[in-house]
Design a protein around this ligand. Structure first.
Ligand code: SAH
Ligand code: SF4
Ligand code: F3S
Length: 439
């Protein structure tokens, strides 16, 4: 048998890219590739890219530049660009960086095996179609190898919301949901391979409307089906849009035992004027009322969110409204970004906020978020949480896992193994994690 070829994949961007990278590695596995952790000994390098902000896209080109030496040493090395930059820039990537052999968009990667063969024949391969066929149907069933206790599972892709700042509707296309039976089967497969927690993924995961046995199923319906999967202990989902949080999903947070008390629900801004200009089609008030209802259903739920500061025409008052909203919600986690102009999106044409002003706002918002995050994390001390252990920690004898609320928790010298779910009494709260004892 010939030596397996080595594949190095580097993943940028969101969890959906993490999932896609796994599937691309599996697709190329059929071509005799095994994954390697270093670009240096690879026969093929794939960058799975993100286009969400300017910096993310630029990183791709600087990374590609660094492979020049490798390619000079090893001319048979193939270099590919996948993901959202591939979708957005297509052929332009090969023009700007001629060492690239292959460009594949996020909807076409089931065609990677043929594309790889084409590059081996000395040709360039480009595919950024939004094909009719379902790529998940075309991909082989996942191999049976054992894996870690947590996994992502993409259930929905694409976005029809067209927020004025965002490239995702252009790079990922229109909303598409996978049929429920395929998802359930994939979940059962993952569980057989050792997975105990599944995070359902979608750009707008709660807009899920996949075919079920009795017509279309909503995300709540899918979660209830997954709740029945033996051996699956935890269900999470991300990212959801406020306008797609229906009553059944809110209720599931109160009643579905496997659904974890954590919800990432981006709002982007606390100013109605800015929300309108962002084309978010919800107000700050409607978002706050929604959280109230979610907290009625599940009082201990930990909220998480995304914010953009310095969106075109954001004034000090608008920014203050964002701070006020954060103060009211008190997020356990929140991610904030400085607005980044994305070519082709409506907001790119509008009067931009001064970069220094945006920097200063970002710092203030992040300081407030960090303060709340810390108070919430510290408030876990003295409580008992359930931890799914994932790996050994940095200290000898230490094991690390995640609580229901997604806090990292470490324990020392306890008799726990990877994949165990154990009750832990929290006794300390550090910079990035909680410490406790297994009880
Ligand atoms: N589908 C998800 C995630 C979108 S991308 C959602 O609707 O929330 C993740 C986050 O990146 C967004 O929530 C937003 O906060 C941020 N983001 C998107 N476009 C951006 C831009 N042009 N500049 C800065 N941040 C952006
Ligand atoms: Fe982008 Fe808005 Fe769609 Fe989220 S909902 S992916 S922010 S357009
Ligand atoms: Fe980035 Fe594409 Fe995800 S732009 S955030 S990798 S959907």
């Amino acid at each position: 048998m010939s030596e397996p070829k080595k594949l190095f994949i580097k993943t940028y961007g969101c969890q959906m890219n993490v999932y896609d990278s796994e599937r691309m590695a599996e697709a190329l596995g059929g071509q005799g590739y095994v994954e390697t952790k270093s670009a240096d000994d690879a026969d093929m390098i794939l960058l799975n890219t993100c286009h969400i902000r300017e910096k993310a896209a630029e990183k791709v080109y600087s990374e590609l530049g660094r492979f020049k030496g490798l390619k000079a040493e090893k001319p048979e090395l193939k270099i590919g660009v996948a993901g959202c930059v591939a979708q957005a820039e297509g052929e332009e990537i090969m023009r700007r960086q001629p060492l690239v052999d292959l460009v594949v968009g996020p909807q076409s990667y089931h065609r990677l095996p043929e594309m790889e063969a084409k590059t081996r024949a000395g040709e360039k391969a480009l595919d950024t179609d939004f094909p009719e066929e379902d790529k998940f149907e075309k991909l082989k069933n996942r191999p049976k190898a054992k894996r870690g206790p947590t996994a992502f599972l993409t259930v929905q892709e694409g976005c029809d919301k067209f927020c004025a700042f965002c490239v995702v509707p252009y790079t990922r296309g229109a909303e598409v949901s996978r049929p429920a039976d395929r998802i359930i089967r994939e979940a059962q497969d993952l569980v057989e391979r050792g997975v105990r927690e599944i995070t359902l993924l979608g750009q707008n995961v709660n807009a899920y409307h996949g075919a079920g046995p009795n017509g279309d199923m909503t995300l709540a319906g899918l979660i209830w089906e997954l709740n029945k999967v033996d051996g699956l202990e935890r269900i999470r989902f991300t990212t959801s849009h406020p306008n797609d949080m229906d009553d059944a999903l809110i209720e599931a947070h109160g009643t579905c035992e496997k659904l974890m008390p954590y919800l990432h629900l981006p709002v982007q801004s606390g100013s109605d004027k800015i929300l309108k200009r962002m084309n978010r089609s919800h107000t700050a008030e409607s978002y706050l009322r929604l959280i109230e209802r979610i907290r009625e259903a599940r009082p201990d739920i930990l909220m998480s969110g995304d914010f953009i500061v310095g969106f075109p025409e954001e004034t000090d008052e608008d920014f203050q409204a964002t701070l006020d909203l954060v103060e009211e919600v008190k997020y356990g986690y929140a991610y904030s970004f400085k607005y980044s102009t994305r070519p082709g999106t409506p907001a790119a044409e509008r009067p931009q906020v001064d970069a220094e002003v945006a920097d200063e706002r970002l710092q203030r918002l992040q300081a407030l978020i960090t303060r709340h995050q810390r108070v919430i994390q510290d408030s876990m001390v003295g409580k008992t949480v359930v931890v799914l252990f994932e790996k050994s920690g940095r200290q000898p004898g230490q094991m690390v896992g995640k609580s229901e609320y997604l806090h990292a928790v470490h324990v020392s010298d306890a008799d726990v193994a990877r994949g165990d779910l154990r009750k832990v009494r929290i006794k300390s709260s550090g910079a990035n994690s909680l410490g406790g004892d297994v009880i």
